[in-house]
Write a protein that binds this ligand. Structure first.
Ligand SMILES: FC(F)(F)Cc1cc2c(N3CCN(c4nnc(C(F)(F)F)s4)CC3)ncnc2s1
Length: 518
């Protein structure tokens, strides 16, 4: 029969005007169920329209009930403000189909009129020149200069109504533009702080299509191999999330930003994002996307969905995926989980997550474009851990973590990971600003506790390692390494080297027992 060339079916159009979370969820479910690939431009315009309507022209003083702030209004101002009747929390201003359709048609027209595909070969696959051309079209239609880190610049709605996009938004727009031109081999590749595209036969080619950070010359058009060779966290050792159309939908949903101000979120936008993430979770499109699982977990912590798993399980799932599918080269799954434990005063678990985060960073070389993760570790080391020491320090209970050798081991592993991250890097990581909190933190632990920590060397395991006892220097830090009364913990090698040298030093001076006599 007649191919329906419209973006939406008649049934889907009947869901408009969109004014509840439920209607947006129904629309997404319908589109995700189709046999054809979801249209990134259409979905990005829809969620962008809702987000920007609810967060950008919000008059807090209008007393609109949609925001989270608690306005302390006194009697007089109550009358003045004439607060409107409380709206259901998933109500939002009506989004009309003709508005969305007009923006969608405009995007397709901009792309098709700016790119003459006949100039780029006749293969079904995109070429580097084609990808660069689409990136140039987006790039050259952006406002000359604007605050790139502002919120709500990630969608095509922002691009089409304000000619502004953030770093992620440019990458998404390029992939959406290639989809308009029929190049379905062009897909998003996502690291924890950057985005690029893959394309060509078997998706073997890569290309930068957007900028990164401040004051860095953009590398648009170039492959990302150099970044991967440099072993910088920014390129996650060549383990980015390689998106399908569906994971690209997950990325545009995950990048929805409900914030109205630094301290206020829009309830409707947050509940829409949460509901859409569950739709993508149920259709299996978050399975290999740790950050989206982390985003969903954060939303669930704030407002648990009845009948859904506990947010703690989502944080754990994200870690599982990062270990199984991405060579444990992602850091955020551990800092998402550590943040959750910290907010819920589960400080021993938080220390373990942060030590695991440091294990993930240790094999990288720190480079100047890795500032985001540097700031993450700096905040953990110089704000969060000192706070834990402060609140735990007062407790003289035997159960205090300051008397727990496993906690001390987590702490040493945390610092050791950062030290090893610095080793071999061109850019230094640690400076005197790290030392004071470090010394302060380490010295808070009981000397008895410190005495019980056994440092072991974990050389690279050989194939024929005897299964019986862990050979000299082979024991890694595993739970089973705790001896019967669990008051000894074993640490991985890098720290042991220093400890052994220290002990040898001590022994030579005070004739104490050597390491192997203990
Ligand atoms: F494409 C770029 F360049 F933007 C890189 C990406 C970032 C990002 C994301 N983020 C970034 C990390 N992020 C975090 N929020 N809390 C974090 C943690 F520190 F608690 F771990 S990390 C929020 C969402 N969430 C989904 N997908 C992506 S793809």
């Amino acid at each position: 029969g007649k191919r329906n060339m419209d973006a939406l079916s008649e049934e889907e159009k009947r869901l408009f005007p969109l004014k509840t979370v439920t209607s947006v969820v129904s629309l997404f479910e319908s589109i995700l169920k189709r046999t054809t690939e979801p249209d990134l431009a259409l979905l990005s315009i829809i969620v962008g329209c809702i987000e920007n309507t609810l967060t950008c022209n919000q008059q807090i003083l209008s007393g609109a009930k949609s925001t989270v702030i608690t306005t302390t209004v006194d009697e007089t101002s109550e009358k003045l403000l004439a607060i409107p009747p409380v709206r259901k929390e998933d109500d939002f201003p009506e989004i009309e189909w003709p508005i969305v359709e007009a923006l969608y048609v405009k995007f397709r027209a901009v792309i098709k009129s700016s790119v003459d595909v006949t100039q780029y070969g006749c293969s079904e696959f995109a070429t580097r020149e084609l990808v660069k051309k689409v990136s140039d079209v987006i790039w050259n239609t952006l406002t000359r200069s604007y605050y790139k880190d502002r919120a709500h610049l990630q969608s095509l709605y922002s691009y089409l109504t304000g000619n502004k996009l953030d770093c992620f938004g440019v990458a998404l727009a390029v992939v959406a533009g290639c989809q308009v031109l029929g190049f379905n081999d062009v897909h998003l590749a996502l690291s924890e702080d950057h985005a690029w595209v893959i394309f060509g036969l078997d998706g073997k080619e890569t290309a930068e299509v957007t900028w990164h950070g401040k004051g860095n010359e953009d590398k648009r058009g170039q492959p990302v191999d150099a970044g991967i060779q440099a072993r910088s966290w920014l390129y996650v050792s060549g383990n980015p999330v390689i998106c399908s159309r569906f994971t690209e939908v997950a990325s545009l949903v995950s990048s929805i930003n409900p914030s109205i101000t630094a301290t206020t979120d829009s309830l409707e936008v947050a509940s829409m994002q949460q509901a859409l993430l569950w739709v993508l979770y149920d259709t299996g499109h978050l399975t290999r996307y740790p950050m989206a699982l982390g985003n969903l977990a954060d939303l669930e912590e704030l407002s648990p969905t009845p009948g859904r798993c506990h947010c703690g399980q989502l944080f754990s799932q994200a870690i599982e995926v990062a270990r199984r599918c991405y060579g444990n080269s992602h850091v955020y799954p551990y800092t998402y989980q550590g943040g959750y434990f910290y907010r819920n005063r589960m400080y021993k678990e938080a220390l373990e997550s942060w030590a695991n985060a440091a294990d993930a960073i240790r094999s990288y070389n720190y480079s100047r474009e890795d500032e985001e993760i540097y700031k993450e570790f700096l905040e953990i080391a110089n704000e969060l851990i000192p706070f834990v020491m402060k609140v735990e320090g007062s407790g003289h209970s035997a159960r205090s973590i300051l008397k727990d050798s496993e906690c001390f081991a987590h702490l040493l592993r945390f610092y050791d990971g950062i030290c090893q991250w610095e080793e071999g890097s061109c850019t230094p990581v640690l400076h005197i600003g790290w030392a004071k909190p470090l010394v302060n933190t380490i010295s808070k632990f009981d000397s008895q506790v410190r005495r019980h920590v056994v440092i072991s060397c974990s050389e690279v395991a050989e194939e024929d390692t005897p299964a019986t006892k862990p050979p000299e220097g082979k024991a890694e830090f595993h739970r089973e390494n705790l001896d019967a009364n669990a008051n000894q913990v074993v640490l991985p090698w890098p720290l042991a080297k220093e400890q052994e040298q220290e002990e040898r030093l001590v022994d030579s001076h005070v004739g104490g027992k050597t390491a192997d006599q203990k």
